[in-house]
Design a protein around this ligand. Structure first.
Ligand code: BES
Ligand code: MN
Ligand code: ZN
Length: 484
């Protein structure tokens, strides 16, 4: 929990202080505590502390533990490094049993945001299924109180809202696939929008999908006992009508690969395959919390890709909502199928000005970009620039990959209008998937975010994220909405 108060007090068992290398060198600190200033000066003199980034140095001062956190050269300040270092300080075992912590930092908006993110995003951990040991007195981060001396409350509060959206997305991805079903996700959405007068919901279940002929979406879910759902949240935040930005999230609650079943090493984390939908829901929560004055559509395309005698088959040709037929060359390329129906349905019935789809779409994106950069694909340079700007501001990183006319050939089918598989041997798997999606946008301005690599950390955690879900995309598109 974070609390704001106007003054620096040194009244908590721990005070964390951000110090850059110029402050260390010139012995200029953002507080007046004389004894502490002298102490730091001595440490700087004896070369034990220099304010370089990554440094965490403890001082015991009366009853207070002071943790100095080095942030490096202020002219070349890396907010990523700052988040990593503040997180390191907060997770230090020195603080295991501490209930209250004070943080002292410079008051510019960017530092403020980065520190709030270090706390809320950096110390997030998925512990739902860890049984608490009785003899372990370690205090959970969630139960600690962190006090920040703040003049500008607005930046803090905004950052807190955004982090809550990020962490909601993470919770939705981290929990079991048999818990986070389409029915569960509908409940989560209904809870978020309950009582909001400017929000309207359309929910298509299997029955409505059949009536409206969303054949691709239905096919993907065919082997599952869970209901497929297309949920469309219409958020009217602007005073004018129209000009909707549509966010469309891939929501495969579990991806076995279908009859083209995934193998060991690839299937275990596939509850992450609703990461796009999770990002859309996190952004919906943010839009409400920040009271955004925009018209927005939040769309979740929910299905489960399972195996069984009723599952759809490799080689099937299926007609989707748009009327186009698709050759299912591989049942594991299911994301583009549900998205094709969702995109064409939203384009036809809601006529958005622009679409951003968010999807854990291709393993190839992980090969191309790894786990730190989301793949961004669009044919619109201006749209791309706006999203890259938001990426730079938020550290929710994207890197653009091309979509170009000749890619059409990659998704041609001999027996249907289009095929859900690209070139042989998986060449250019990420951009051929994007080209498939593009053919269902019918000229609507569109960007595609492939978060296959960024949505989930299978290892020990990277940058300032703990293992598991990261909430990739939430900060990015929230910033985009706030600034465009
Ligand atoms: N959900 C996967 C993509 C994925 C893989 C996300 C690894 C996160 C981590 C997607 O549905 C998929 O299976 N894609 C296939 C496409 C292929 C069959 C053309 C892939 O990437 O292997
Ligand atoms: Mn798949
Ligand atoms: Zn998938």
């Amino acid at each position: 929990m974070i609390t704001f108060r106007p003054l620096i007090k040194f009244d908590k068992p721990v005070t964390v202080i951000l110090v850059d290398n110029q402050q260390a060198k010139k012995k200029k600190f953002p507080f007046t505590h004389k004894a502490l200033k002298d102490q730091i000066a001595l440490l700087v003199q004896s070369d034990q502390f220099s304010g370089e980034d990554g440094q965490v140095f403890p001082i015991l001062l009366d009853n207070t533990l002071v943790l100095l956190v080095g942030t490096g050269d202020p002219k070349a300040l890396s907010f990523t490094a700052l988040r990593v270092t503040v997180r390191k300080a907060l997770l230090s075992s020195l603080l295991d049993k501490v209930k209250e912590i004070e943080i002292i930092l410079s008051q510019d908006d960017k530092t403020v945001k980065a520190v709030v993110e270090s706390i809320l995003i950096g110390t997030y951990a998925w512990r739902k299924y860890q049984t608490k040991k009785k003899d372990n007195k370690k205090i959970d981060m969630k139960d600690k109180k962190i006090f920040i001396a703040a003049q500008k409350k607005k930046a803090y509060e905004e950052a807190i809202h955004i982090c809550e959206g990020v962490n909601l997305a993470r919770d939705l991805v981290n929990d079991n696939a048999d818990t986070v079903t389409s029915v569960y996700i509908e409940k989560v959405i209904r809870n978020i929008v309950e009582g909001k007068k400017n929000i309207f919901l359309e929910v298509l279940n299997k029955k409505e999908m059949k009536a409206k002929k969303l054949g691709l979406h239905l096919a993907v879910n065919q082997g599952s006992k869970n209901e497929p759902k297309l949920i469309i949240v219409r958020y009217n935040g602007a005073s004018k009508k129209g000009d909707y930005t549509a966010f469309i999230g891939k929501g495969i609650t579990f991806d076995t690969g279908g009859l083209n079943i995934k193998t060991s090493g690839h299937i275990e984390t596939m509850r992450l395959d609703m990461g796009g939908t999770a990002a859309v829901i996190g952004t919906l929560k943010n839009a409400i919390a920040l009271n955004l004055k925009k018209n927005i559509l939040f769309v979740c395309a929910l299905a489960e890709n399972t195996v069984g005698s009723s599952a759809y088959k490799p080689g099937d040709v299926i007609r989707g909502y748009s009327g186009k037929t698709v050759e299912v060359a591989n049942t594991d390329a299911e994301g583009r199928l549900v998205l094709a129906d969702a995109i064409s349905y939203v384009v036809k019935n809601y006529k958005p000005s622009r679409i951003i789809d968010i999807a854990t779409l291709t393993g190839a994106c992980i090969i191309a970009l790894g786990n730190d950069y989301t793949g961004l694909m669009t044919t619109d340079d201006k749209f791309s620039r706006a999203l890259v700007r938001s990426s730079n501001e938020t550290d929710d990183r994207v890197w653009r990959l091309p979509v170009y006319p000749e890619l059409k050939d990659a998704v041609k089918s001999k027996i249907a209008d289009i095929r859900n598989l690209g070139y042989p041997k998986g060449a250019a798997g990420t951009i051929t998937a994007a080209e498939f999606l593009r053919q269902f946008t019918y000229g609507t301005m569109w960007a595609h975010l492939d978060i296959a690599g960024t949505a989930f950390d299978e290892g020990t955690g990277r940058m300032y994220f703990s293992p598991g879900a990261t909430g990739a995309g939430v900060r990015l598109v929230t910033h985009y909405l706030e600034n465009n």
